[in-house]
Every structure is written in structure tokens, then in C-alpha cells.
Design a protein. Structure first.
Length: 342
């Protein structure tokens, strides 16, 4: 690991100014330190926001929840306010990482984590030392994962440049809750819908300028800081659930995950929202399925019909076709669990 300068921010504005000057922001440290060790990041200066307690609060307002970016995953997962108003978010936070990491990992850092694709996570401090092509690490070198048969790639939005997925669990829950990311930067404050915050590779290719599209993963500018998440609270948010399918229960990233929020009129679906994780470089909302579920019962066959329509445009790379069925089953299970909540 290379030497770097270190400073603590006393205000969010301090952090924004440092970021504008090229400093990397550290909060819990569970991601940035790994990036620096692997050679993914090589910041000359790190600005620590770990003392900004004003960014840690979880508050309930009349129109929803406001969750500070420095709130840890365990704090959110055990918050009574979150458990009552948006159980899907509490469940997603508690299914992320290990208990020890959740005590350090912040929700702001978690949604910014990078793909777990092993072709990207190679330990190669010098870009010339990469053992295989990866456009995220060495722009223009290619994508070794796409044709490798590796079974953790994207079903939607990927391109020949990159087929990696976004691994955050809380991001999927925030997307199904129609949350907004509150950020501040040199240009002032703004809000970004969680459903638009991350970019698929295809979206990045349409918005990238000087950057290689594979390296552009979200809409956060280099001089901006996430300060909070606003979560609207409605009937569907209160009846919501998160399902994570992984190879081991103790500590593993999702092969596929599903978040569902359901509003029922007796036994019929008045409205439903579904977001899938680990199938794209962003939480993937099944909007066609959501429309098809209106008026349906929580009958598995009816749910499957709508979900299959929502997944019909999936384009799995080689070795990933099984994920389409896995995604359908996870989404069905999340809907049924959410639908049976009081």
C-alpha cells in the first residue's frame, strides 16, 4: 500500500472541499482500504468523515424516514423506526456482510461499493501487472469475465465492455422503497432517485465523456458527498421483504436478491414494487411485472406469470442462464413473504 496523507473532516463541507481537491473519503473503511490494498484506488490523500455524527442519525418524519449516510448497517437493521416503516431495508442491512463488518460499514459506503467480480478484484497495484483484461481496471483492455462462464454476471444492461454487477444489498431495498439519495457538493445540494443513482454499462456508455464507460458506475460527482437517504413511507413500504440467495448463509454476496413491497386490498394486489439485485450494475426494478401484478392474488402461478414477463428481456451471458429462474423464484418468495406481513 502506498503512503498517503490523512485528515479528519469537521464538517460535511470540509469533506466536499477535500474531495474536490482529489481526496478519497473514508467512513467505515471496509471498502476503501481494500481498494487501496488491491490497487483499485491510489489516493494521495484520505479525508475521514468518521467524526461527523450529524450524518449518523435515523429519524422518522411525517413524510418518511431520513437515514444519515454514516448510519451503520447494524444500526439500521435494528432500528425500531426502520423495522416498523420499511422492514425490507432492515432485512437487507442485516443480510449484508458479517456482524463485525456491519458494525463498521456505513450505508453511504455500502451503496458505493464496487463489483465483486474476481476479474476486477485482482491484486495488482500497477495496472500493467493485471493478469487478465478488465476494462474497469485498465480502460480498453477488454473484459475477461464476459466469456469466462463465471456465473455471477449481469442479466440486464451489460455491454461487451463489462458484464459486472452491483453487489449492495441495501441499495436494492432503497430502490424498491423509491428512496432518494441526498448529496452535497461544490455546486450545492441535490437529490438523486435511488432507481437512477447507479448506471448500467449501457447507460454509462451513453453518458460517459472522457472516462471509459466501464469505469462510470453511478451519478455521484467527484466533488460530492452522500449525506443521507430519504425513504418515503407508504402502505407498501410497511409490508415489504428482502430475499437473498447465496451459496452460504453466514457471509456471502448474493447470487440473486429480491426486494418486494406490496399493498393489498383484501387478498388482491393494489400495488407492488419489485427490485432485483446482483443481476445488473444497478438495482433492477421489474416495472413490467409490477404493472402485471395489479389486481392479482398472491397465487404462485399468477405471480410467476407476471414475473416471467418482467424477466423476458434478460440477456444472460454464457453460464448465467440459471439466474433468470433464480431471480423469478426469489422475487416470488419476496412477494409472498411481504404479502403475508401484518
Amino acid at each position: 500500500m502506498r503512503a498517503f496523507a490523512y485528515a479528519r473532516a469537521t464538517t460535511p463541507e470540509d469533506a466536499v472541499k477535500a474531495a474536490a481537491d482529489g481526496a478519497a473519503i473514508i467512513a467505515g473503511g471496509t471498502e476503501l482500504l481494500n481498494w487501496m490494498r488491491l490497487g483499485i484506488a491510489d489516493a494521495d490523500k484520505v479525508i475521514d468523515i468518521g467524526r461527523l455524527d450529524g450524518l449518523r442519525a435515523i429519524t422518522r418524519h411525517e413524510d418518511g424516514l431520513r437515514i444519515g449516510a454514516r448510519a451503520t448497517l447494524n444500526e439500521i437493521g435494528t432500528s425500531e423506526a426502520v423495522l416498523r416503516a420499511a422492514p425490507v431495508l432492515a432485512q437487507a442491512c442485516l443480510k449484508a456482510a458479517s456482524a463485525q463488518l456491519r458494525n463498521r460499514a456505513t450505508i453511504g459506503g455500502n451503496v458505493l461499493q464496487k463489483t465483486r467480480c474476481p476479474y476486477f478484484r485482482a491484486e495488482a497495484p500497477a495496472t500493467s501487472a493485471m493478469p487478465w483484461p478488465c476494462n474497469k481496471r485498465v480502460a480498453g483492455s477488454g473484459c475477461a469475465a464476459k466469456d469466462s462462464g463465471y456465473g455471477r454476471l449481469a442479466l440486464f444492461g451489460w455491454t461487451d465492455d463489462c458484464a459486472a454487477t452491483q453487489p449492495s444489498d441495501p441499495a436494492v431495498a432503497l430502490a424498491v422503497l423509491n428512496a432518494t439519495v441526498e448529496v452535497i457538493g461544490a455546486g450545492g445540494a441535490r437529490g438523486i432517485a435511488m432507481t437512477d443513482f447507479h448506471l448500467t454499462q449501457a447507460e454509462a456508455a451513453q453518458t460517459a465523456s472522457a472516462q471509459h464507460p466501464a469505469t462510470l458506475e453511478n451519478r455521484l460527482r467527484s466533488d460530492e458527498l452522500i449525506v443521507a437517504f430519504h425513504v418515503p413511507v407508504d402502505a407498501a413500504a410497511g409490508r415489504s421483504a428482502y430475499v437473498k440467495v447465496r451459496e452460504r448463509e453466514s457471509y456471502e454476496y448474493a447470487m440473486v436478491s429480491a426486494a418486494a413491497a406490496v399493498d393489498l386490498d383484501r387478498q388482491r394486489i393494489r400495488s407492488a414494487r419489485i427490485a432485483l439485485g446482483s443481476i445488473a450494475q444497478k438495482p433492477w426494478r421489474l416495472t413490467d411485472a409490477e404493472a402485471g401484478l395489479i389486481g392479482q392474488s398472491l397465487d404462485p402461478a399468477a405471480l410467476d406469470k407476471a414475473l416471467e414477463a418482467g424477466l423476458a428481456s434478460a440477456r444472460p451471458p454464457g453460464g448465467n442462464a440459471f439466474k433468470v429462474k433464480l431471480a423469478r423464484n426469489a422475487a416470488r418468495r419476496a412477494l409472498m413473504i411481504a404479502g403475508t406481513m401484518a
